[in-house]
Design a protein around this ligand. Structure first.
Ligand SMILES: [Zn+2]
Length: 239
């Protein structure tokens, strides 16, 4: 597996946590929450009714990654305005981008706004990201065509964590402590490094939020300290 980690850059490789096949059995005595909630992933976002509305575009642009030629649109989903950019060499219809964004919980749309500020490209689709499925930071949310709502939820975790950390540099340090205190793994991918654990939790929370109150309460019960910090991040990054 390949991971690019640059300054303020977190790359998500195509890893087992994101495959649709059943997860491998965890090691004895070790439960991974992503496996516990696996069955919820099939219907993730299916019940959302809000539709993306196109406000303007396309506009020809040079995309931030490698100045590659692309097209940009301004769009709105619920109360959130954001940008979608698609690299010219990628064969992808705008509706395909809409479809996956519409599955994202409303609470995560703030990440789409953050990556659309100023000269940023918004939700940017590329033909290739050197083998990764996505890169997310508060400065960009880059995706390949195959990246769906789970990947976008994970990347929203990076986007919003970085935004929260800008105002409160203790966020990741507190997260690391919470991981230890909760004493449960989210996924093998998250086990590698603290900020990926946070992004994996962001995805897990999104899946449980989408599935309803009882599932969300179950996530809280299983990982209460992470749960509290992630809710704090969602609240503090709202504006
Ligand atoms: Zn990541």
């Amino acid at each position: 597996m390949k991971i690019l980690v640059l300054f303020f850059t977190f790359a998500l490789s195509l890893n087992p946590a994101f495959s649709q096949s059943p997860p491998a059995a965890p090691a004895a005595g070790k439960t991974q929450l992503i496996a516990h909630f696996h069955a919820l992933r099939r219907n993730f976002g299916n019940a959302n009714t809000a539709k993306v509305e196109m406000l303007s575009g396309p506009e020809a642009v040079k995309m931030l990654r490698g100045q590659s030629p692309g097209k940009a649109w301004q769009a709105r989903l619920g109360g959130s305005k954001f940008k979608i950019t698609i690299e010219d060499k990628l064969d992808m219809k705008l509706e395909e981008a809409f479809e996956r964004l519409q599955r994202l919980p409303a609470e995560y749309r703030r990440a789409l706004e953050v990556v659309s500020e100023d000269k940023k490209d918004g939700v940017a689709f590329y033909a290739d990201l050197d083998g990764a499925a996505a890169h997310g930071s508060q400065n960009y949310l880059n995706l390949v065509k195959g990246a769906g709502v789970e990947v976008i939820s994970h990347e929203a975790g990076h986007v919003l964590e970085q935004r929260a950390t800008r105002a409160d540099p203790t966020v990741l340090e507190r997260w690391n402590k919470a991981r230890t205190e909760d004493g449960v793994s989210i996924s093998a991918y998250g086990d590698r490094v603290n900020h990926e654990d946070l992004a994996e939790f962001a995805m897990l929370y999104a899946i449980c939020l989408d599935a309803g109150k009882e599932r969300l309460a179950e996530a809280k019960e299983k990982s209460p300290r992470r749960f509290a910090i992630w809710q704090e991040i969602l609240t503090k990054t709202k504006s």
